[in-house]
Design a protein around this ligand. Structure first.
Ligand code: GCO
Length: 438
């Protein structure tokens, strides 16, 4: 299988998030997050699985950094847990929390790997949620204070900064349909949470830069929206506005899609200059296209989500459609043109039911095919003029896949959750050769 060539300075990385791999949820002065509350609530997580141990990265990060060194990646995208830094989401920082990330970030730097830090990967301190969470504008102010703390502490070592991971998923899954923490079912009344997150993003960019941080961007989940019926064009345009433009337009253009204005908080336009901070990169997390149809009878929404048929599937119920990544990138390139900074693919990956075989290896040819196909599509988009600077595979390790628990395995490295033993999969060795141009 011939791999596409990428520029010699192309940034190869792997991505993780704190709540999904750290464990140690009651150690180091960490306060409770909404995901601790959600996992403790019956019926919310598959098989009642918990994340209080997860992959135990909190204690095993030296071993995980050694694995990254073996891969030869140039950057490691990690998240910092807000409740480790400010257990109640406000006030003086927790020295143990800062100390843990000092050690982790220093160890990543010592391995010659650039830390790429996401300030927030959904683990809102519960105390902040108790005061309204992203439904409250005040949370954007709290978040800016948190960003200031991190910028002051880590701007000398962190090489890429991402204020929020996937505000779209937080708004839709967390507040719209309740599949994720905090579990609210507000449907379109959840849209103010998008605005408050975007305001938090803009304030955090300002706070990080004031502290000397450079290379600040985003990481949002974007999907091409595909109508499954001939009459679904209007539904597709609405869903594209809700899934994609609601987050990219304000950040890149300083505007919101017209059809969503009536769901945004009063005075939202006053915040747009703050939200539209110039960025050094735009991060895209890509997994799959999203099918859409006109709503059926009794559906209060102007669209109906539909599965995309006819493609191989991952065990996370995602259709495997590499060319949709090329389509998405070309669409962004033509839609945002000179307003679009260089792109980082901040997440791309797949889950399969990987197991350690009798030869003590983990054979995952489907993941190698997935990664190869998406990198071919990425190269094609770059050849067509899209300025992409890096690619972060989701994920380094098998981890806690939110409401689906541990069954979906996304890692280049298999984790035995009984023993916490790490086993590099065949895809790990494949990715290493790609990264090292071997
Ligand atoms: C996301 C999140 C990750 C997920 C990954 C697999 O994109 O949803 O950033 O936390 O685990 O995407 O679904």
């Amino acid at each position: 299988m011939q791999n596409p060539n990428f520029p010699p300075d192309f940034l190869w990385g792997v991505s993780t998030s704190a709540f999904q791999i750290e464990g140690a949820t009651s150690e180091g002065g960490r306060g409770p997050s909404i995901w601790d509350t959600f996992t403790a609530t019956d019926g919310k997580i598959a098989r009642g699985e918990q994340a209080n141990v997860a992959a135990d990265h909190y204690h095993r990060y030296p071993e995980d950094i050694a694995l990254m060194s073996e891969l030869g990646v140039g950057a490691y995208r990690m998240s910092i847990a807000w409740p480790r830094i400010q257990p109640d989401g406000k006030g003086a920082p927790n020295p143990e929390g800062l100390g843990f990330y000092d050690k982790l970030i220093d160890a990543v730097c010592e391995a010659g790997i650039a830390p790429a830090v996401t300030l927030y990967h959904w683990d809102t301190p519960q105390a902040v949620e108790d005061e309204g969470g992203w439904l409250s504008r005040a949370t954007a102010e709290r978040f800016a204070e948190y960003a200031h703390i991190l910028g002051e502490r880590f701007a000398d070592r962190v090489k890429l900064w991402i204020p929020l991971n996937e505000p779209m998923v937080m708004s839709i899954f967390g507040y719209g349909i309740g599949e994720y923490a905090p579990g609210q079912v507000l449907l379109l009344d959840a849209i103010p949470t998008a605005h408050h997150q975007l305001l938090a993003h803009g304030l955090a960019v300002q706070a990080l830069r004031a502290a000397g941080a450079t290379n600040v961007g985003t990481a949002n989940n974007h999907s091409p929206v595909w109508p499954v019926d001939d009459d679904a064009q209007d539904a597709a345009e609405y869903l594209d506005a809700l899934l994609n433009r609601l987050y990219a337009d304000p950040v890149l253009l300083g505007t919101y899609p017209e059809q969503l204005h009536r769901h945004l908080p009063a005075g939202f336009a006053d915040d747009l200059p703050t939200i539209a901070q110039p960025l050094d990169f735009y991060g895209i997390n890509y997994y799959e296209p999203q099918g859409v149809a006109m709503p059926g009878p009794g559906n209060p929404l102007p669209f109906e989500l539909r599965d995309i048929e006819g493609y191989p599937m991952t065990t996370n119920d995602s259709p495997i459609v590499p060319h949709a990544l090329r389509e998405l990138l070309l669409d962004f390139h033509h839609r945002y043109r000179d307003k679009l900074p260089p792109i980082q693919i901040t997440e791309n990956g797949c889950s399969f039911a990987d197991e350690v075989a009798e030869d003590s290896r983990v054979h995952d040819p489907e993941r190698i095919d997935f990664l190869h196909g998406h990198l071919v599509a990425l190269r094609e988009a770059m050849d067509a003029g899209v300025d992409v600077r890096g690619y972060f595979c989701w994920s380094l390790l098998d981890n806690f896949e939110w409401s689906k628990g541990y069954a979906p395995r996304f890692g280049l490295v298999h984790v035995d959750y009984e023993t916490l033993r790490r086993t590099p999969k065949d895809s790990f060795h494949w990715y290493r050769k790609l990264v090292r141009h071997e």
